[in-house]
Design a protein around this ligand. Structure first.
Ligand code: PMP
Length: 351
């Protein structure tokens, strides 16, 4: 090791799902939406010219914040937007989880970026085992902590917790910030957003990457009370003021304004998911009752890794983790009916 390497902040980075170079695959591995963004997004895109890129973007994301405030019925001052929810969550770890002694709590099976951010910012953390059915036991979150975070529905399990149970956790932890990562909430879950008015230690984070089909645009946002949002903004403006690029700021608005399209798209995914559950059950798969745009499934006899490899040979990409408790499961994104039908045909051959 070189002498200078002693001063390096060493991290083991998060590994995102594969983005295959071959576009001719059925891609069900990173929970993207198979449908295009709202039509207004394309219309706006066609009105932009390269001249629009000459100036810096609006650091306050004024228009996008306005449209989100209107959509969710909150004040503009309660919203923080960032480059995907990863940016918002990473910023929130840095801002709110700043206790060097008490651990931040999150489930043992969850979004695998949480422990990476904790390590990056040198935050102590404790991973709390989910129960046998992959549910959170709320009593486990009544211990001393430096913050709490989990997704609802959880990833990669798709399991939804009730707003009541989450409220109990938030209420029991007035000295900590509780972050609910609602990346997948629009696929049938009930959001904790109404609790934000009631509890000043709660922050809800959502994204345009799944339900709004804009993963490539990188837009995420947090909703909380003004004080929390101000702390988050102060951290962001101490780090990089121009995070959001101009096209996302502009086109994000077009997405939010088309509520009907958003609802239709989510409904289509939900319908496909429920049909897919029946087909998978008939093939001998068992799975959690997913409320997200993916299914977390295990076959009764064929190992997940074997199915994963064989699907890949057939150019169908799903997600597999060789991790304790979940190494016999596949996380399968819900695509179009046609894609899922092709997957079912492939699975019939494999299992
Ligand atoms: N939270 C969860 C639970 C996720 O699965 C993801 C997607 N990888 C994200 C946050 C981040 O999504 P994005 O940065 O695209 O908003």
């Amino acid at each position: 090791m070189m002498k200078w390497e002693e001063n390096v902040r060493k991290v083991v980075p998060y590994v995102p799902g594969e983005q295959p170079k071959d576009k001719n695959v059925i891609k069900l591995n990173t929970n993207e939406n198979p449908y295009p963004p709202a039509p207004g997004v394309e219309e706006l895109m066609n009105t932009m010219t390269y001249q629009d890129f000459r100036l810096y973007p609006d650091t306050d994301a004024t228009e996008l914040t306005k449209s989100l405030a209107k959509f969710y019925g909150v004040r503009e001052s309660q919203i923080f937007v960032g480059v995907g929810s990863d940016d918002v969550l990473g910023m929130a770890f840095m801002t709110f989880f700043n206790n060097t002694e008490k651990p931040v709590l999150f489930p043992d099976i969850t979004y695998s970026f949480y422990d990476v951010w904790a390590d990056l910012y040198r935050i102590p953390y404790k991973q709390i085992p989910l129960d046998e059915d992959f549910h959170i036991r709320k009593e486990d979150y009544l211990i001393e902590n430096g913050g709490i975070i989990f997704p609802n529905p959880n990833a990669p399990t798709g399991v939804l917790e009730s707003v009541n149970d989450i409220e109990d956790i938030v209420k029991a932890n007035p000295e900590s910030v509780v972050i609910i990562d609602e990346a997948y909430i629009d696929f049938g879950g009930q959001s904790c957003l109404p609790l934000v008015e009631k509890y000043e230690n709660l922050m809800v984070v959502q994204t345009f990457s799944k339900s709004r089909s804009m993963a490539g645009m990188r837009i995420g946002f947090a909703i909380a009370n003004e004080k929390m949002i101000d702390y988050l903004k102060a951290a962001k403006f101490s780090y990089n003021s121009y995070t959001m690029n101009m096209p996302s700021l502009i086109m994000g608005v077009a997405s939010v304004e088309d509520k009907a399209y958003f609802e239709q798209t989510c409904e289509k995914i939900i319908t496909t998911r429920e049909w897919f559950k029946k087909e998978m059950k008939a093939l001998g798969f068992v799975f959690t009752d997913s409320y997200s745009n993916f299914l977390f499934a295990e076959h009764k006899s064929v190992p997940a890794k074997e199915i994963f490899d064989k699907l890949k040979e057939k150019k169908i990409y799903v997600r597999y983790w060789n991790k304790a408790r979940i190494n016999n499961r596949l996380r399968i994104t819900i695509g179009t009916d046609e894609q899922m039908q092709q997957l079912i045909e492939a699975l019939k051959e494999i299992v």
